[in-house]
Design a binder for this molecule. Structure first.
Ligand code: HPA
Length: 275
């Protein structure tokens, strides 16, 4: 095999490296309804997925699919606009390819924002959370198959997969900004359907407090490579207690995420300032 996965990651990295002066130190991944943060980046260069070697084409309607390299808070950042979701048909190696490229580019911190359902009685639609831990309920793992030691160990430790220092910083910033920020445990499912009432109840019982269809594969890979990570989520729909569950559409998820976007953006921007 001439082209190992490692070689693919390296070729994508080399392509980007050759076109930028200074490596980014922070990567930002933006989920459903939370893409506007890129407007705060002083853009230096855009990389369309179709131009980056081995990047799968973006499929979702209206999503350009690009990496945005620029400056924010005096730091070089790279943002992923248009995420690869497993439910779109990408495999886990494709979903997590950008994370591997970020790390190989020199990124030290990974910041992710995503939409979630809230499965804690105190979480309301429109609240935001910082993830402390996760429960992986995906049936496919991005680390499945032979391990390439150049990326990381066969059996990566998953304690503190969410950098405690960054969580503490998020709380400090939220207090300064007068924003309520919950700690959360992210239950990761492949989707694309939302959960049944019994499934929301199950997630609550096993200790998850938010649920979403992304993020967990990315965090596993980030941890595999020793990349420090921080995840903020928008609670777009209340899913606990069961009596509070209402039918929800994807449009509503996007709408609520857009409404709380400013709270998340405010924290992320200040986090980058302080790093
Ligand atoms: N379930 C899974 N993913 C989600 C939800 C949900 O209720 N809301 C937003 N993303």
């Amino acid at each position: 095999m001439s082209h190992s996965y490692y070689d693919q990651v390296k070729e994508a990295t080399d392509y980007i490296s050759a076109l930028i002066d200074t490596p980014p130190s922070i990567a930002i991944v933006l989920g459903t309804g939370l893409g506007n943060l890129t407007e705060d980046i002083d853009i230096i260069k855009r990389f369309k997925y179709e131009d980056i070697p081995h990047f799968p084409p973006a499929t979702v309607k209206g999503h350009a699919g690009e990496l945005i390299y620029g400056e924010m808070g005096g730091k070089k950042v790279i943002a992923q606009s248009g995420r690869y979701h497993y439910y779109e048909g990408y495999d886990m190696k494709e979903v997590t390819l950008p994370i591997r490229v970020f790390k190989m580019l020199g990124v030290e911190r990974l910041l992710i924002a995503s939409a979630t359902g809230g499965i804690h009685e105190d979480y309301e639609a429109g609240d935001i959370t910082v993830v402390n831990d996760h429960i992986n309920l995906h049936h496919e793992n991005p680390l499945n198959g032979p391990n390439d030691e150049r990326f990381g160990p066969r059996f990566p430790d998953m304690s503190d997969a969410y950098d405690p220092e960054l969580i503490a910083l998020c709380h400090e910033i939220a207090i300064d900004q007068g924003v309520k920020l919950h700690d959360s445990v992210y239950g990761g499912l492949p989707g694309p359907n939302l959960e049944t009432k019994a499934e929301y109840n199950f997630l609550h019982i096993i200790g998850a407090t938010v649920v979403g269809m992304s993020t967990v594969p990315e965090i596993i890979v980030a941890r595999h490579m020793g990349l420090s990570s921080c995840v903020l989520t928008a609670v777009t729909n209340k899913c606990y207690p069961i009596s509070a569950i209402r039918e929800v559409t994807h449009e509503e998820v996007i709408e609520v995420a857009a409404k709380v976007e400013q709270k998340i953006t405010g924290i992320v921007k200040e986090l980058i300032n302080r790093l």
